[in-house]
Ligand binder design. Structure first.
Ligand SMILES: [Fe+2]
Length: 377
């Protein structure tokens, strides 16, 4: 059997009501002041107060400026706020954007360079870390990104529009409270988008060229739960939302070990340039990945189809049909309602070709193929 390494250093505290223990956990860190990284909507919905119930108000400062698809400038702003408030720890409350913003602020707090110097896209020019990374805690309020169990912070370079990332094992959150009580209010379309992102993490982790049997084990379990529960979760069924919260965490852990494939490689430039939701762009690219990669994924598709108990002669085609049917049942868009200018398309293709996930796709992709996939969306 193939050797592998697997480890998620994040302590998971899962379950309805689990976040009620957060005050004690926060007090166990040598952190006098926490920066609470969140957004105005979660403040106004009372979620932030609900999470921080029991935490002394003089122990934290709320920074409610998270925006979707966080950019380098947002991180600079967050680091300034952190320093002004004298915070030495960061707590994220929100979806992937909040967690990625929090992780990036914690990463950059003690570095002397600019955030652009540390992005993965710099390749061999990426600057080495000089200072310590602050502790990060995470309270996800969506079931999808898996950022609570990943070593990535996805950040868009505000000048180049490239959706890039910081990756470093020390930015794994120390503790993640996955409390589905906080996700009950999530609107149907966001549940659908984030759920399809989670499906992408699982499927792409299995198909990517980085092989890891233990990650596959997490990923296939996530896929089973997503196919069964996402439609019900979109209809606000509470047990299904619990299952999706669990599945998204499993899928995130799998992706953190195997990376992703075409949908993230092409989806990140799409959401970076057009400012579209990450889950929408990743979800819409799942079927194109399977179609173009078909000659390279026969064995894996056979395994997935048998684990998911999908019947039919051609495992890739039955998997495509299953995803199509899942998407229809959650009213996931089959086409992008966006016009892409030719110059934007050219930039997206350039970015997709150098995105790390594109290189992990089971079938190598040419510029022409990437362009054709974008045009067909
Ligand atoms: Fe994702």
């Amino acid at each position: 059997m193939q050797g592998f390494q697997f480890g998620v250093p994040t302590e998971i505290r899962f379950g309805r009501g689990s976040v009620s223990g957060i005050a004690g956990a926060m007090a166990s860190f040598q952190v006098d002041h926490w920066l609470i990284v969140t957004d105005e909507t979660l403040v106004s919905l009372g979620i932030v107060n609900q999470v921080l119930d029991g935490v002394e108000p003089d122990r934290y400062v709320v920074y409610p400026k998270v925006r979707p698809n966080p950019e380098t400038g947002n991180i600079r702003d967050g680091v300034t706020a952190l320093k002004a408030a004298g915070c030495t720890g960061v707590l994220a409350i929100g979806g992937g954007s909040a967690m990625d913003t929090a992780k990036a602020i914690a990463y950059m707090a003690n570095q002397s360079g600019e955030i652009e110097d540390y992005l993965d896209g710099r390749g061999s020019d990426k600057r080495a870390l000089e200072g310590e990374i602050l502790p990060v805690l995470a309270v996800p309020t969506t079931a999808g990104t898996g950022s609570e169990v990943s070593l990535y912070a996805v950040i868009t370079d505000e000048k180049t529009r490239i959706k890039d990332s910081l990756s470093e094992s020390r930015i794994y959150p120390k503790i993640a409270w996955i409390d589905p009580d906080l996700m009950d209010g999530l609107p149907a379309h966001i549940t659908a988008f984030t759920g399809m992102d989670a499906l992408g993490h699982a499927l792409e982790a299995i198909l990517s060229t980085i092989e890891n049997p233990m990650a596959d084990f997490y990923a296939i379990e996530a896929m089973k739960r997503i196919f069964k529960n996402l439609p019900l979760a979109v209809e606000r069924d509470q047990l299904a939302r619990d299952e999706m919260a669990f599945a998204a965490m499993l899928a995130g852990a799998a992706m953190s070990h195997c990376g992703a494939a075409l949908p993230h490689g092409l989806g990140c430039p799409l959401s970076g340039h057009l400012d579209l939701p990450h889950g929408l762009t990743v979800g819409i690219l799942q079927i194109p990945m399977l179609k173009i990669s078909k000659p390279a994924i026969g064995k894996k598709a056979e395994w997935i189809a048998s684990e998911l108990k999908l019947e039919g002669d051609d495992p890739v085609e039955v998997l495509i049909a299953a995803i199509d049917s899942l998407e229809k049942s959650i009213e996931f868009p089959s086409k992008l309602e966006a016009t892409i200018k030719e110059e934007t398309l050219a930039a997206m293709v350039e970015d997709a070709m150098i995105h790390g996930c594109t290189g992990l796709n089971p079938k190598a992709l040419s510029k022409e193929e990437v362009t054709a996939i974008y045009r067909a969306l």
